[in-house]
Design a protein around this ligand. Structure first.
Ligand SMILES: *Cc1c(COP(=O)(O)O)cnc(C)c1O
Length: 219
């Protein structure tokens, strides 16, 4: 599928992240040559390998579970981390970002699916973090918004409900906390993959993460 057809010309404020996990650098270079600069990976080692070989103006997005001992490896170049799922990870990123004197953009991953396996904060955990001024003490984080993955199901109403719930949470924290703190810049809602991005866009997503539609199925 042509990348330009995915978002559509009337959706200029939406970022399409081309999810290139498991795909070789030659394929990524080809998509880059067509004008795509945002790419997403879910494994640190693979991300670093590709970062080293590919053009340096690529915006790299970390979309997979991130271990604390690997944080420092990606901070010097990462554009946005979508998959922040614990307070310990937030603290680690603050500390490592301070060491290199560089701000790091993060999204809080929220558990919206029925499956137990998907990582992320619960809705009430997210609300607690904001209600308790948790972020006030951080200097090297930019909290840019939320990320969520819907249940793997054919039930479109279920998917729509999950995305809608996340959008409502996003709007709620945004109305209360946007710009009260220089680290909280709530402008990004990352939801939608190859199978459900159209629903996600209808429900207010402005970052979609598309793998197989662009690169073909993964082996
Ligand atoms: C793999 C992956 C995607 C892309 O999935 P597709 O169905 O291939 O579009 C999006 N987000 C996350 C977090 C992923 O791990």
């Amino acid at each position: 599928m042509d990348i330009k057809d995915i978002i559509g010309s009337n959706n200029k404020n939406t970022t399409l992240v081309a999810v290139s996990k498991t795909k070789p650098v030659e394929k990524i270079q080809k998509i880059y040559n067509e004008g795509q600069i945002d790419f997403g990976e879910n494994r640190v080692n693979e991300l670093i390998y590709k970062y080293n070989l590919l053009p340096k103006n690529i915006n790299w997005h970390m979309i997979g579970h991130l271990q604390r001992n690997k944080v420092k490896l990606i901070l010097p170049f990462i554009h946005l981390i979508h998959s922040i799922d614990s307070v310990r990870l937030i603290n680690k990123i603050e500390n490592e970002s301070r060491k290199i004197n560089k701000k790091t953009n993060i999204l809080l991953q929220v558990h919206i699916a029925k499956e137990e396996t998907k990582h992320g904060f619960t809705f009430s955990q997210v609300k607690d973090l904001f209600d308790n001024d948790f972020f006030n003490s951080f200097e090297y984080l930019s909290i840019r918004g939320l990320m969520g993955m819907s249940t793997f199901t054919n039930d479109k109403n279920q998917i729509r409900k999950e995305f809608n719930n996340l959008k409502l949470l996003f709007d709620e924290i945004k109305s209360k906390f946007n710009k009260v703190n220089k680290n909280i810049i709530l402008d990004s809602l990352s939801m939608g993959m190859s199978g459900d991005y159209k629903i996600a866009l209808e429900e207010g997503s402005n970052i979609i993460r598309i793998g197989s539609l662009i690169f073909g199925e993964r082996e």
